[in-house]
Structures are given as C-alpha cells and as structure tokens.
Design a protein around this ligand. Sequence first.
Ligand code: CA
Length: 705
Amino acid sequence: MAIKKIVLIDFNKVEFKTSEAPYIRKEDLKIINSDKNILITDISCKDKSYTITLASEINIKCLSFLVYKNVSYKILYSKLYEAESFNKKYAYSGSLGCEYSKHSSTFKLWTPAALSVKLLLYKKCSLESLKPDFIYDMHETSGVFNIKIGGDLSGLFYRYEVNVYGNINLAVDPYAKAVGINGILGFITDIEKTSPEDFKNDTLSWNKSFTDAVIYELSVRDFTMDKNCFSKYPGKFLGLTEKNLKTSEGLSAGLDHLIELGITHVQLMPVFDFSYTSTDERNPVKYNWGYDPQNLNAIEGSYSTDPYDPINRIYEFKELIMAFHNSKIFVNMDVVFNHIFSEKDNNFEKIFPGYYFRIDETGKYTKSSGCQNDTASEHIMMKKFIIDTVLYFVKEYHIDGFRFDLMGLHDTDTMNELRKELNNLKKGIMLYGEGWDFKSNLPENKKASIKNSSSMPTIGHFNDAFRDTIRGSVFIKNDKGFVNGKEGLENKLKNVCAGSIKYSKEMSGLFNSPSESINYFSCHDNNLLWDKLYLSNSSDSEDNRKKMHKLCFAIMFLSQGIPFISEGDEFLRTKKLDSNSFTAPDSENQIYWNLKHKNHDVFQYVKSLIDFRKNHPAFRMKSAEDIIKNLKFIESPKGSIAFELTNHANGDTFKDILVIFNANKNKISLKPASYEWKNVKELNPSKIESSQIEIDPISCSVFYR
Ligand code: CA
C-alpha cells in the first residue's frame, strides 16, 4: 500500500493519504524529526486521508520523516507556510536587508529554517576567486538573523553563508540594493550617494486619470543599438538620456522620438539585475530580454557603462529616469516576481528551501509560468518581498508604474495590498499586468487574473480580447481579426471599443472600469503587428496591410481604456517573423531607425491619433457609467462599426463625435440622422464634406458637431 502526499499542516499535525483504505493504527507509524521520535497522540482517518496529532511541535530547522512498515517518507513543510500558526510565530514586518549608516551597518535575513547564518564581507568582487575578508556569526530572533557591525562599511561587498537542512549555501541578500559584477555579491553603500545632482528635486507625479496615459514599451538595449541613431552609448541607460539624436535622414530618434510621438509613459522591459547566464555583464554580446530575475532590488549591469562599479548602474539608471521626467515622460518598470530562473540555484532557495516557491503535494516545484519555478506570493514573506521591492523603486528611483509579468500567477490579496500601499505612498502610480489564467494551487477566486478583475479595483490587465478581436489570435499564425478580414466580429469589436466594460446585457464585461483595460495589439511577446499581418494576410497587397496596420492604431487610440504601443510599431517594425525573439541577436531585436523615414506616413498618422486623443477627453472616459451614458453605437454596414460620443463626453469641447471603423476592402457610406457632421481634418485630411458620409476602404473616419 502506498503512502503519499505527506504534509505538515500545523507544527503538530501531519496529514497523508493512502491509495487504499486499510486501518492504520498509530502504533504502526513513527514520526522522526531531528533524529528524534515524536510521540503520536492521535490518528484519525476520513476516506483515504489521515491526520496525525503529535505530542510536541516539529522543529522546522530539521527535516522530518514518517516511517511506516520500515519505509521512510519525507514530510513536506510547504503547507505549514500557509498556516496561521506559522505566520504568528515567524512572520516579520520590519525592514530586511542591509541598513547602512556612516557609523554602523545592520544586516537582517529572514530564514526560520536555518540553523545558523554567517555574514561574509569582501573587499573585492571578483569572478575568478571569492574569499571573504571578514566573517561574522549572526544571531537569530524568531527567524530573523541579524548583526550590527560598527564602522563605515561602505565599499565592501557581502553575502550570507546559510546552514540549512544539511547544506552550507552561499546566497546574495534578496534585499541587496546594489550588487557587484554579474550580481554575484551584494554591495554596501550609502544609497544617498548614488543619485545624480538634483535627483531629490525630481518630483514629477501623475495627477490625471490612468485612462489619460499612453504607454510605450521599449527595451533599453533595442532602442539605441542601431548605428543610424548615432548614440554615444548604444544599448545603455545613458543612450536613452541623449537629446538631439537624429537619424541620417534628419529625423528624431531615441528620447526625442518619444517626445515627438507624444506618449506619456514608457514601460521599460527588465532593468532589474537579471541572470548572468542570460547576459554576461562583462561582455554583453549575448542578447536577452531579461525575464530571468536574479537580484530584484538591484539594477542590471549590462546597461551601465561600468558594470564592475556597483554605483555606476544605479547612477546611470537614475540619469535615465531624470531625462524622461525632465521631458514629462513617466517611467513604468516591468517587474518579474512570478518565477526565478533556476530551481535550486537561486538566492531564495538557498536561504529558505521551499518557502518562496509553490510546491505540489508530491514535492515537485510547480512551473506554470513556463519559465521555471512559480513563486508563492500567497506566503506572507514573499508577499512582503514583492511589496517592499515595489515601494523601494517608487521611493528610491521615482518609478511611476509597474507592469507585472504573468500577474495571474500571483494572488489577489498581494496585488490589492500593494495597490493600497502604493496609494498611501504616492498618487498616480500605475499598476497593471498580465492577468492570464494559470494553473496554480491558488483557489480560483484568488488568482490575480482577468476573470477576478472585479475584486482588484484600479489594477489594469493586458486585454487579450482587444488584441485578438482586432488582429486575430497570437497563437494561430493565419488567424485574422476585424481589421484583416474576419467576418462577424462587429459585436466583439464594439465591446472592446467600449473599454470591455459591461456596456450592455450582451457584452461580456471584463472590467468594472476602463482604467483596468490595457488596450494593445502587440508587445514584446509573439509576432509584432506588421509581421502578424504578413503571416495572416500574405495575399493582400502591402498597401492594404499598411491600411490594416493604421486601422489597428485608430481603433486603439479611439477606444476607451489605456492604449499601449510596442516599440517601433508606429513605423512598421519587423522582427523577421520571429514570434519569440528573447535571445535573438541585436540585428533582429534592435530598432532600425531608417524605418521611421521609410514609413513616415504611418508614424505621422499614429502621432496625429495620439494628439487627437490627448485633445479629446471623450476618448478617455474614467468610468463605466460615463461610457454607458455617452457612447452610442449606430447602425453601419457589415465589416464596419460606428459610434457616437455624445454630450461633451468627459468635458470634451466637441458636443458629439462620430467614429467609423471600416474593415471592408470597399468604400461604405453612412446616412447619419443629422447632416451637421464636420470632418476632423487632423485624421481625415483628404475627406470632402457632404450630406452622405463615405468611408474609404480599410480606414477610420472621425467627425464632430
Ligand atoms: Ca545581471
């Protein structure tokens, strides 16, 4: 008979299951903890599930085993970490990591599992040999190992030696604010001294609605690698601080391009310290997006001009933030808390094996992310780590928003608590992420996914319904959407244009508020729009595909919700049809600035759409009630939709606005009830006004009165 799923559910309670249901007496079993036999006081059975009560508590610093018929089974502790008794005994709400002052430094590491922890200090951080120059024993208080060391420690590197479950592990502090080359050691410094002059006077804050934002996703490396933008710091943080970058055709590039385009927020792909196995900071020739976090409170070194100097990367990243803020562009950060790149070789696991990750009842680490170990945000100290880290980036780096990678893997409580903490700290911080529905051991109603958006107010989600309705599935190459020729999508399109709120009985109502819908049609993942249209519409002319591309942008900027651009889409960027370029070379990933010249008409069109949206609050309504009240769909031919935004919606200067999206390859005409509609010249420059409204093939027209 097999005994399985043996878990500690409280300090003195073990649960296990059997494949059959024989009678097991307590005399048949032994529980061994720390080489000692623990007395069993009671055993109960329901179906094939047994609960054992112990006379004394299990010491979690040692492994435990259940012995039955001379076979020994390891008892899993992961369930205990959800128990109230565990949190009562060990949860710690104070600050962790290294707290530096000129006179002393205090180090705190949370690991109730460790038998002992040593602090190792190093004068140098060398990849060739690492020998600590000073070693200190740390003292434990309820799971927190701490030590205070007198003197000015700035300039020294550090890590911990953790004695846990029979292993001696060397780990970098997860709270390390600065790190040495390739993130192999933490660094002690006066963080105040890592800021450019005037950084403390950088007080930009977003005091508008989230629906007023226009997000632009970019990779630090991609944006200035191309020789044709003449950056002095190609691929570096400083490349994004350079003003007056111009292409050989005389067009603005880099930061100036973003200012010209008119976006409000950049979303930076990973800038926290990512794994050296992805990109070696010493010689960063190997390309990687960076979705494999290593030191989440520290900054990536391959984007700095001197990765050996731990302060340099912080300083230059802050320069980047200043450059954006001085240009009135807000900076959102892509954060990846949902997985760590290696099952065993990561600091969390070396410090407290099994605590920070989800483990199923058979003892396996779950990997729903598809990118290695899923973290356990529902465990109180992982939740604290996420919240502490995000708040730190707001306070120390003046970050304005956070995009949560695979947010659906986290739990709603963590995201809501973070939202609350952010609101207390500073107004206008954006919080949004990928609310995909993953398999996880969370209860269905606790997943931070789109389907639970109503229990996570003012947290945004990437709207895949918007994306797929407009241009077809990202997973089926030749699948089409509204703009590229699929029929019967009119109602779905109406739904997403209305911010995916519950506009009417027939509509799905993904969100309670338009500020929760991140409207997008491409991002770093999957095919870019221009590549997608090539794959789905290869028989169409390039001219038609260009029209489809422009129509996508028109729908996005004239819809309710928050628009999101993927770098270079505004001038038909291509990645040679690659749908996953995370390790592809620069030659594929970098922005080719000559495309801005080649497809300048598309760029100009996107720019006019952004201008128009910014000038017209009717497209940026703040609530579902406003949308229901002011947005009216009107009849139009098949393959098109038309709506009016009425009554000076959201304080618009126009009384009414009429928008028509025509995906047909022929002209359509509308006979609106009134003949007073005037053409919006910024968007339809060639249109002649007449009593009958005609819409060109695959295009958008906007009118007002
Ligand atoms: Ca790194």
